[in-house]
Design a protein around this ligand. Structure first.
Ligand code: IPE
Ligand code: IPE
Ligand code: MG
Length: 250
């Protein structure tokens, strides 16, 4: 007889309907710095731990059959940070991509990048390009890494690209629809996120996918990204599945 049974917390996986997962989950991977600070470690140690969590969560999303995972790794605003922190983040990204490339045949995860990659170190740009090229034919889970991504920057670029086509006489302003505009975004061809998760206790989007998340469901948790686990992901998905999405209808 198990006298402790009642005190065992219920596994949140039990509440997830794995046959009806959201198609696209987007995550703002926040809280690395505070995680490190709490342990008396440099912020860069938090980023290293966060990269580990990303590996675990991305692999798990692939294993459960999620179609799309989009993660916010570095924003257009993150350049304001001290140079050594930015450099450490770039180094971790490089390490991650090298490993991802070595596992590609086995994992068959399609990888894409949202953001203007041109200000990134050349070596990192080349790795992004290689990752994209190798995985472009894969049709399992697609992981989109937002790198030097900013939602406003994305919208301005899209507006410029469409305006340029108009100026060249290839399009007319009145032909622009929401669907067509979406094709000018970094996320062209990717369905909008159904669920946006932000760990770390902050209740804001910080310039993440403002167009694409217009009708997303949001899940906020105080857990810091390096501590984010499969269980926390289950909680988020279960919360999503309990909601009623009406898209303006009744
Ligand atoms: C997120 O963690 C990682 C990046 C923004 C690159 P932070 O570094 O923002 O962690 P906190 O918010 O300071 O705890
Ligand atoms: C958002 O987190 C960017 C990423 C997680 C990559 P920030 O830590 O940069 O956001 P703010 O500054 O708290 O809004
Ligand atoms: Mg932060």
């Amino acid at each position: 007889m198990n006298f402790f049974k009642k005190s065992v917390p219920q596994d949140p996986a039990a509440e997830v309907d794995f046959d009806h997962l959201p198609r696209h989950i987007a995550i703002i991977m926040d809280g690395n710095g505070r995680w490190a600070k709490k342990r008396g470690l440099p912020r860069t140690a938090g980023h290293a731990a966060g990269a580990e969590t990303f590996r675990t969560i991305a692999t798990y999303c692939k294993d459960i059959g999620l179609d799309y995972l989009t993660v916010y790794a570095f924003s257009t605003e993150n350049w304001k940070r001290p140079q050594d922190e930015v450099g450490a983040i770039m180094g971790l990204l490089k390490k991650y991509l090298l490993e991802a490339i070595s596992r590609m045949e086995r994992d068959r995860v399609k990888m894409e990048f949202f953001g203007d990659l041109s200000p990134l170190p050349q070596e990192l740009q080349d790795l992004c390009q290689r990752t994209r090229e190798i995985s472009k034919g894969y049709d399992g889970c697609q992981v989109n890494i937002c790198l030097n991504y900013g939602g406003r920057d994305e919208l301005v670029r899209a507006a410029q690209a469409f305006a340029a086509r108009c100026a060249a006489g290839e399009a007319r302003p009145e032909e622009l629809t929401e669907e067509r505009f979406s094709q000018y975004l970094f996320s062209a061809g990717v369905p909008d996120p159904d669920l946006v998760i932000r760990p770390s206790g902050e209740l804001r989007l910080s310039n993440f996918l403002p167009w694409q998340s217009a009708y997303a469901e949001f899940y906020f948790t105080d857990v810091l990204w390096p501590d984010f686990s499969k269980e926390e992901l289950h909680r988020a998905i279960a919360a999503y599945q309990r909601r009623s999405r009406r898209f303006g209808g009744i």
